[in-house]
Design a protein around this ligand. Structure first.
Ligand code: PLP
Length: 361
């Protein structure tokens, strides 16, 4: 169905076709995309640097805003080094590209994000899918290929499936020399009391992990990051054409992302509010007899075997003043309403969602 485009947006509302609607959409989990200090930093960056970096990082495109963001990300995650790229997708491409010819085999969770799957494919090493989230198969593959140069790739959080990767298990059984790549785009800012993501939440620091993520989700900015061992990050700088050949992330955006990270660090209550809303979302789901998997996730996908029924819920919610996207891909049967909460939804917003969904049963 074609719909009017969004003409204005805040973390909790969108304007569609001239109507302001309470919205449960997207991945701005901490509402930072509209935080006044983040916007102010972006404006300041635009004044100071202009819009485009207008050069690659290896020529004249490295600005202090990039370097400061990289230092702050490494420190926040307690890892050695970080590198910022123009998107989360490119972060995954750059990392796997820098390891071309260096890997004997890639093991990858079959549900991983398309950017990780494409990066693995482009690397060219033989690939073995495990999963989804199947620790037994992963363990068998690790045993079988022990001694080879392995990379194990996975998303940390799979919002569409409502599940977490078995990260602790994976790190326990990964051969010591394997590189473990964890795309934490949906865990960063969300998991752990301080929002430091999946590894912090499960107490699994490891020197063999590279964490990748999009800066366009809980940090509310744009771009992507790789954070991990200094030697791996240095190899990406030296070997990745994706990194070397493209225009750098706009420095104003890097400044905004750095500011968003500072707010996350300074205001852990934002993460607490998100966690409260996640609890409320899951209570609403339970009241519908639909206990979603993954009670730690800010997203509840309501699956509809019959897309017409999902569309009816979407339209009815719109009528009640609530916007929740319904996606239906003609190539797949059924569809899903995707309800996302953020830290900025109030208890009243959550109650409105509860009432509206209850009226549809
Ligand atoms: C798990 C995951 N990894 C990577 C990406 C790509 O990030 P970006 O949109 O910054 O390219 C996304 C984006 O949706 C994602 O969900």
């Amino acid at each position: 169905m074609s719909r009017s485009p969004i003409s204005a947006k805040s973390p909790t509302h969108v304007t569609l076709g001239g109507r302001s609607l309470l919205a449960f959409v997207g991945t701005d989990y901490l509402g930072l995309s509209a935080h006044e200090k983040v916007l102010e930093a972006c404006r300041e960056g635009l004044e100071r640097y202009g819009l485009s970096a207008s050069a690659s990082r290896v020529t004249s495109g490295t600005y202090e805003a990039h370097v400061q963001l990289e230092e702050a990300l490494a420190e926040f995650l307690g890892l050695e080094s970080a590198l910022v790229l123009p998107s989360g997708d490119l972060a995954n491409q750059a990392l796997l590209e820098s390891m071309e010819g260096e890997l004997d085999r890639i093991l990858i969770d079959a549900d991983s994000h398309t950017s990780l799957v494409r990066a693995a494919r482009a690397n060219g090493a033989p690939r073995h899918d495990y999963g989804p989230g199947d620790p037994t198969r992963l363990l068998a593959l690790c045993d079988r290929f022990r001694g080879e140069r392995l990379a194990i790739l996975t998303d940390a959080v799979f919002p569409a499936k409502g599940r977490l990767a078995p990260i602790a298990h994976l790190l326990r059984y990964a051969p010591p020399k394997a590189l473990v790549v964890v795309d934490d785009s949906h865990g960063m800012g969300v998991l752990d009391k301080r929002g430091r993501g999946t590894l912090a939440a499960f107490g699994t620091p490891s020197s063999q992990v590279v964490v990748t993520f999009s800066l366009a989700k809980s940090l509310g900015a744009f771009g992507g990051a790789l954070v991990g061992p200094a030697q791996v990050i240095e190899t990406v700088r030296r070997r990745s054409e994706v990194y070397q050949g493209g225009t750098a992330l706009p420095p104003a955006v890097a400044l905004a992302a750095r500011t968003a990270l500072g707010i996350l660090e300074a205001e852990p209550e934002r993460v607490r509010r998100l966690h409260r809303n996640i609890r409320l979302l899951h209570e609403i789901a339970a009241s519908h007899g639909r206990i979603p998997q993954g009670s730690f996730l800010p997203v509840w996908n309501i699956e509809f075997p019959d897309p017409a029924e999902g569309q009816r819920w979407h339209t009815e919610l719109m009528r009640l003043g609530i916007f929740v996207p319904f996606s239906h891909y003609p190539s797949h049967p059924g569809g899903a309403l995707r309800i996302s909460v953020c830290s900025e939804h109030s208890r009243e917003h959550m109650a409105e969602l509860y009432e509206a969904l209850a009226s549809l049963r």
